[in-house]
Structures are given as structure tokens and as C-alpha cells.
Ligand binder design. Structure first.
Ligand SMILES: [Zn+2]
Length: 371
């Protein structure tokens, strides 16, 4: 392992923000995996899993098991890690402008298409190599003039030419779940089985360019753009939601890290015996079928159902209690499916999303992720 640090554009003169990346193996010999933790900085279970991954990867490297290269960014958002507001950690949005750290990651499609258009032929593998190289070149050319954009640019520069991108996050109160591209359902299901995911949510475009799609969906868009020349998807990227914010336990983090390593073995990044795939705990479902349950008015939230429960359509998930008149309004799920996440607070602003249910039928369109 060797460790690099990058100075990010400073939030103010005299303040430093530094990005740390651990590198295992060697570039160019085999597949590249890129793993980052807590792009929304306060997603502490992801930070913990990264700390479990580091010695496991070091051991794999010492045993000569790395076919290619693994990059691990153990705390992907130093800007957000430093954002405390009135005693609360604010890691999801940049306080300077309110933008989500995991949206508007630069889209390299046009730059890469322009670079490779005249070079691609009928050899699918050669096309993948050309595109991978062009992705690295296009990412390297990105510039930024403010700190959050500089962070996104740096992270994308590390990940853009990877074969596998694991973006480790967590939700508020949740069971393990994943987001991935629809055409990569089988790979997502394999990782989901290893992690014991209870929801695997698929979309071809979630909206507003989250990090995983800036890595994977670019290939999809390029394949469509450059057809009929063959271009297989050269990157599997996924957002792994490591349960809820409070789910920090050493044993669980170790098991999650081992599951991620088992996935890297199965995908040929590491040598080693491929662990048998555990029976999956869910089937992938469309992200457009994930239904948010909204608070009908302001009030105190009382939940009746737990993350991980499989709901029937119409299930009574929560009540919202008006603190003035005492009115109790039940909140029902319009869809059958797994209740995979809910809020961690028990106060609802009007219209607040209280919980999310992974239904099997696509019912939504447009932007599919929350703010
Ligand atoms: Zn997140």
C-alpha cells in the first residue's frame, strides 16, 4: 500500500482540505477497483467499513493476490467532515451553496465521444480500452474554481477509468441496500447477495448525475452514442447504502468489508477462492418503483413498521400526530414491497418523506433520488 494526499482548493486562505487515497497493487496489470467512503461526509458506517477494508486489502496485497489495482479513499469528503452547524454534522450538502455533494458530478460523455469517435472499430475489447483511456484523459482535463467542484473533480479523476466503483454511503435508518444501473442487474444482485442487501434499486438515469452514474452511465450513453460499433459497459458502479447512520459495530463493519472483498474476488480484481454466493435476500426492483411516503401535515411521527419489513399494499406504516389539536393521521404505503429506509428524526415537516418502500412496479418518472 502506498498513500497519496491531494490538496483541495482551500475553503479560505490558511485553511487546508486534504484528500487521502490508499493504493494497493499496481496500475495497468489487471482490473481496477475504486472504493470511496462517505461522499456525504457524516455517513459514518462507511468510514468504519473503509477502516476494515484497509488491512484486508493490505493482507491481500502482501499475499500477492491483487491482479490489478484497488484505490481506497477512506473519507471522501473532507469539506463535509468539517461542517458542523449548531452541534449537528452537516455532510450531505455543501454549506456554501446548499448543493448535494453527490450530485452534478461532471459528465464525461461528450468529451470522450469526441475523442474516440474516429478511433472505434468492430473490436469490442479494443473499443473498451480506447474509451477507458479517453475517460482518464477527459477527467484529468477537468478544472474547478470552488472547493466542492474541486472535490468532485478529484474523486472522478481517481475513479473514471475503473472497472468497478463502490461508492459507500448510508441512509438515515435503513437496511442494507444498493443502487445500480438497470443493465447491470445481475452484477448488482451478486453484490447484493454477498452483502445481504434487502433492496437493490435499478435505474438507467436517476437524475442530476450522482457519482456512481458519472462513472457507469457514461459507458451506457457512449454505447448508445457510438452504436453500431460495439461497446460493452466497462464499469460497474454502485452506491452501497450501509444501513442507517447509527449502525456502527465492529463485527458488522468487518463482515461488510469481507463481503466487498469477496465481490472483488468474484470480479477478478483479487485472486482467491470465490466464496459461494449466499441466497439473495431480495430481487432487484426499479428505482422508479421506490415509493416515498410523505407526511400529510406537520407533527410527531410514530412508526408502526421497521426497516426490512415486507409490506403489503396499503400497510399502515406510521402516524403523524398534530401537536395542537391531537389529530392522528395514518400514513399508508401505496405499494407492496420492502420498507428499506425511514427518517431518523420523529418530527415531520409538511410533505416530508418519512420512509421509502421498494415496490416491484415502476410508478415514478423524472428525477428519482431525494434532494
Ligand atoms: Zn449518501
Amino acid at each position: 500500500m502506498h498513500t497519496d494526499t491531494f490538496e483541495l482548493l482551500a475553503p479560505a486562505p490558511g485553511l487546508a482540505a486534504r484528500l487521502t487515497v490508499h493504493r494497493f497493487g499496481a496500475p495497468g496489470r489487471g482490473p481496477k477497483a475504486y472504493i470511496q467512503a462517505a461522499l456525504h461526509a457524516d455517513e459514518v458506517p462507511a468510514l468504519l467499513v473503509a477502516q476494515q477494508l484497509r488491512p484486508l486489502l493490505q493482507a491481500a496485497e502482501a499475499e500477492g493476490r491483487l491482479r490489478g489495482e484497488v484505490l481506497l479513499v477512506p473519507a471522501a469528503n473532507p469539506l463535509g467532515l468539517g461542517q458542523q452547524l449548531l452541534g449537528q454534522h452537516q455532510g450531505r450538502f455543501h454549506l456554501a451553496d446548499g448543493l448535494n455533494f453527490n450530485r452534478f458530478v461532471p459528465d464525461l460523455t461528450e468529451a470522450v465521444a469526441a475523442a474516440v469517435e474516429s478511433r472505434l472499430g468492430n473490436d469490442a475489447e479494443a473499443n473498451v480500452r480506447s474509451v477507458r483511456q479517453a475517460l482518464a484523459t477527459a477527467a484529468a482535463a477537468l478544472t474547478a474554481s470552488e472547493p466542492a467542484a474541486d472535490l468532485k473533480r478529484r474523486l472522478l479523476q481517481l475513479a473514471a477509468d475503473a472497472d468497478i466503483v463502490l461508492d459507500l454511503h448510508c441512509d438515515s435508518e435503513a437496511v442494507m441496500h444498493l443502487y445500480a444501473l438497470t443493465p447491470q442487474a445481475d452484477t448488482a444482485a451478486e453484490l447484493g447477495a454477498l452483502l445481504g442487501a434487502q433492496a437493490v434499486l435499478l435505474a438507467t438515469e436517476s437524475g442530476d448525475s450522482p457519482f456512481d452514474e458519472a462513472c457507469s452511465a457514461t459507458w451506457l450513453k457512449l454505447a448508445q452514442r457510438l452504436a453500431p460499433r460495439p461497446l460493452p459497459l466497462g464499469c460497474f458502479a454502485t452506491t452501497v447504502e450501509l444501513r442507517g447512520q447509527a449502525d456502527t459495530a465492529h463485527g458488522q463493519a468487518r463482515a461488510d468489508a469481507e463481503a466487498l472483498l469477496a465481490f472483488l474476488v468474484r470480479r477478478g480484481v483479487l485472486d482467491g477462492p470465490a466464496a459461494p454466493l449466499p441466497p439473495p435476500r431480495c430481487q432487484p426492483t426499479p428505482l422508479a418503483g421506490s415509493v416515498p411516503l410523505a407526511a400529510p401535515h406537520a407533527g410527531v411521527v410514530v412508526f408502526h413498521r421497521q426497516p426490512g419489513e415486507v409490506l403489503e399494499a396499503g400497510a399502515h406504516v406510521a402516524d403523524v400526530v398534530c401537536p395542537l389539536g391531537g389529530q392522528v393521521t395514518p400514513v399508508h404505503s401505496s405499494t407492496a414491497g420492502v420498507l428499506y429506509a425511514r427518517i431518523a428524526t420523529r418530527w415531520a415537516a409538511p410533505g416530508a418523506r418519512l420512509a421509502k418502500v421498494a415496490g416491484a412496479v415502476a410508478t415514478r418518472s423524472g428525477k428519482l433520488l431525494s434532494a
